[in-house]
Write a protein that binds this ligand. Structure first.
Ligand code: SF4
Length: 329
């Protein structure tokens, strides 16, 4: 097997069936990283509890997400893929890291303030400690690199500071400071043409949707708002359908749309149909793999159990060093 360059960790909340935004913004990169790195990918169900009002869909959402990751190309024989709560050591490490993290630092974080604004009725203790749990996730697996967009750089810096505080307080080097692996991921705009694609905004297109459902969603996409009639010339530069063409259509088709839209040579309906066709073709292999896997749900749970077993082995080794460093009896 090829020599890997180090260990990568990433986690995502169990949001159920994944959409194009999830795929282009994260999963595609998860798949690519496997070639060069030892990857640890975690479905962070404990994090999700800080904002969830009900856990009724938690199990199903975890399963659907894992199914999508596998169908998209995560290779469980190489990559450790698991559920956060299946490795209890993370909550233990969270507790120890919280002892070296000043409370004021957590309550001053813009992400905490934003969450307070979004859910003033549920400002729970877990929300405050969220970044510490995230730091525990990362360092528990002796992670070298965390793939994040540049806007998430403060989270990694926070983790590095927590690690430094811990190592300094207990005069140890047991925890590793992770590095950020800056990733260029496109911001995928939803079918409303305005906001980032998101399930909660219902502006998404699911990877596992049928071709007909996909076409229906594409037909709902907002286009150039200045183009009122078929005979009006359009501007592809301000049209989200065109952004999708650039990802899923051939160079010739992109050139054709770019030209014909500007001189009203193509209507939005035909333009969308072409994009939906290309999108469906590109998702076809994923959908076939997904329905194969879905025939045996136990297999998906087995992958998660096996991943958790491997993750626990790394975690326990880290925790033995941590407990020793602290001087726990
Ligand atoms: Fe957008 Fe295509 Fe309509 Fe032009 S023709 S405005 S690119 S949907």
């Amino acid at each position: 097997m090829k020599q890997k360059k180090g260990r990568v960790f990433s986690g995502a909340r169990p949001t159920g069936r994944q959409h194009l935004g999830n795929y282009l913004g994260a999963i595609k990169n998860y798949v690519a990283l496997q070639d060069d790195y030892e990857c640890v990918y975690c479905i962070v169900d404990i994090h999700a509890l800080t904002t969830m009002e009900t856990t009724l869909a938690l199990r199903q959402n975890t399963y659907e997400m894992a199914l999508d990751w596998l169908a998209a190309g995560i290779r469980p024989d190489e990559t450790i893929m698991f559920v956060q709560s299946h490795v209890p050591q993370v909550t233990e490490l969270h507790t120890y890291l919280s002892m070296v993290t000043p409370l004021g630092k957590l309550t001053d974080l813009p992400t905490f303030k934003e969450k307070v604004r979004l859910q003033p009725q549920n400002v729970n203790y877990g929300l405050v400690g969220y970044p510490v749990l995230m730091a525990a996730d990362i360092v528990l697996y002796r992670t070298n690199l965390v793939p994040v967009g540049i806007d998430q750089a403060p989270h990694i810096e926070f983790t590095r500071e927590v690690v430094r505080s811990f190592n300094y307080r207990y005069q140890t080097d047991v925890l590793i400071e992770p590095e950020m692996k800056a990733t260029e991921t496109p911001k995928v705009i939803g079918i409303d043409g305005q906001q980032k694609m998101s399930k909660s905004l219902d502006n998404h297109i699911e990877l596992a949707a049928t071709p007909e459902e996909t076409l229906q969603r594409v037909m709902m996409m907002v286009t150039d708002p200045q183009r009122m009639r078929r005979t009006d010339p359009g501007n592809p530069d301000v049209c989200n359908v065109f952004s999708f063409h650039k990802i899923f259509s051939t160079a010739e088709e992109v050139e054709m749309v770019n030209l014909e839209c500007r001189r009203a040579g193509i209507g939005c309906v035909d333009c969308k149909r072409l994009m939906a066709k290309n999108l469906n073709e590109s998702l076809q292999p994923f959908r076939e793999r997904r329905s194969e896997l879905a025939q045996n749900p136990d297999q998906v749970w087995d992958v998660l159990q096996e991943g958790a077993k491997r993750a626990r082995a790394i975690a326990e080794e880290t925790m033995q060093g941590v407990r020793r460093a602290i001087g726990l009896p």
